[in-house]
Design a protein around this ligand. Structure first.
Ligand code: ASP
Ligand code: MG
Length: 406
């Protein structure tokens, strides 16, 4: 029997009525002759609400307790969904991440899945049940404490579960129709992509396309799991993410990310060991550094700028301030009002000049670029946050004009 893993995000299980809709879809899939494992997120904004609650009772909530709290969100949706499915006459059982055998490392709040012991899920499937697994969570087998996988982590649960169970497909149900050439809320002419390669999707997700967690795409690619991102509100086809997606365009999509902030360390001596000390201090605090730019040296001194997730900004500023005297730096500046806009597409490998065109389009709009980074199939520019929408629209108009849609 084919095995389908279906993941439903927070909006898709946002209230009782939506949960009933999901139950109906799960039951249909089951009755069509498939084994079904369902991974659920917490209802609506539950995770945000729980985080807010935690910060009201504690200025620095303990990682262990925060994870204990947050895993409750997914437990609520999994139990409700299992009840709703049973009411439709299909046997179903819910399992926490720990019960489903999702083992992780010990990094509270951003744990990595290290192994999945799928035997309990398999047993339930063999018994003819639909299995509902709580997303975003696992257990550290050493400490036996529950852990969470980082925001959006239910995607990782779903794809890892699909890999462990050798599922035929992992369906990600969401509140949008699929993966778009740009955020359709910003760009009216953005269109849904029928297929995207793992490679392009990985870069799009890392560049801020919010539809899928980047880590889940890595999993899917590693284990060759086809992922179908689709709407939970209708039956239409969404976007297939797979190995050899068709690529006719140079650029697959324009992504943007306003969730990062910039830190600049001014006037450090241009000599060996400075970057190692600075980034060593950040790494010791487990701060995620994304882009790094070291400016040209003037009179033996240089500025180093880097970006971090806004939620790491305070920690990053503290760490930079702490090592500043040792680095003989002139000071540390932070700027939370930045946006990163990125062009992504494996097609750019065979098309020189994409970077030049991107910079020209931005310059025609008098948008200043403060940082640039590239990979083989991505070009990203950091700009002022206030110019983000305009930049995304302009780049989309240039590379993915509406008339090329058909
Ligand atoms: N509920 C978690 C979050 O909001 C996990 C998820 O939705 O994937 O980040
Ligand atoms: Mg979510």
């Amino acid at each position: 029997m084919p095995l389908i893993v279906q993941k439903y995000g927070g909006t898709s299980v946002g209230d009782a009525e939506r949960i009933s809709d999901v139950a109906r879809r799960v039951v249909e899939t089951r009755k069509a002759g498939n084994d079904v494992v369902v991974v659920v997120s917490a209802m609506g904004q539950t995770t945000d609400d729980l985080i807010a609650l935690a910060t009201h009772v504690s200025s620095r909530p303990s990682g262990r307790e925060l994870d204990m709290l947050l895993t409750a969100g997914e437990r609520i949706s999994m139990a409700l969904l299992a009840m709703a499915i049973r009411d439709l006459g299909v046997e179903a059982a819910s399992l926490t991440g720990s019960q489903a055998g999702i083992l992780t490392d010990s990094a509270h709040g951003e744990a990595k899945i290290t192994a999945i012991r799928g035997d309990r899920v398999r047993q339930y499937l063999d018994d003819g049940m639909v299995v509902i697994v709580a997303g975003f969570q696992g257990v550290d087998p050493e400490s036996r404490d529950v852990t969470t996988l980082g925001r959006g982590g239910s995607d990782a649960t779903a794809v890892a579960m699909a890999a462990a169970l050798e599922a035929d497909v992992c369906e990600i149900y969401t509140d949008v129709d699929g993966v778009f050439t740009a955020d359709p809320r910003l760009v009216g002419t953005a269109r849904k992509l029928d297929e995207v390669s793992y490679e392009d999707m990985l870069e799009l997700a890392a560049a801020g396309a919010g539809v899928l967690m980047a880590r889940s795409v890595e999993f899917a690619r590693r284990f060759g799991i086809p992922v179908h991102v689709r709407s939970s509100f209708h039956d239409g086809q969404g976007t297939w993410i797979k190995e050899d997606a068709m690529e006719q365009t140079v650029i697959t999509g324009v992504a943007h990310d306003t969730s990062e902030a910039k830190v600049t360390v001014h006037g450090v001596p241009d000599q060996p060991g400075i970057a190692a000390k600075l980034f060593g201090a950040l790494a010791a605090e487990a701060i995620d550094v994304d882009m790094i730019v070291q400016n040209v040296s003037t009179a033996g001194h240089t500025d180093i700028s880097f970006t971090v997730p806004v939620e790491h900004l305070e920690k990053a500023r503290e760490a930079a301030d702490r090592v500043a005297p040792e680095l003989e730096a002139n000071g540390v500046d932070v700027d939370p009002d930045i946006a990163k806009v990125s062009l992504v597409g494996a097609g750019m490998r065979n098309h020189p000049g994409v970077a030049a065109d991107m910079f020209r389009v931005l310059s025609e709009h008098s948008i200043n670029i403060s940082m640039i980074s590239t990979s083989a199939i991505r070009i990203s520019c950091v700009i002022e946050a206030a110019r983000c929408d305009e930049a995304v629209q302009a780049l989309h108009d240039y590379y993915l004009p509406a008339e090329a849609a058909t």
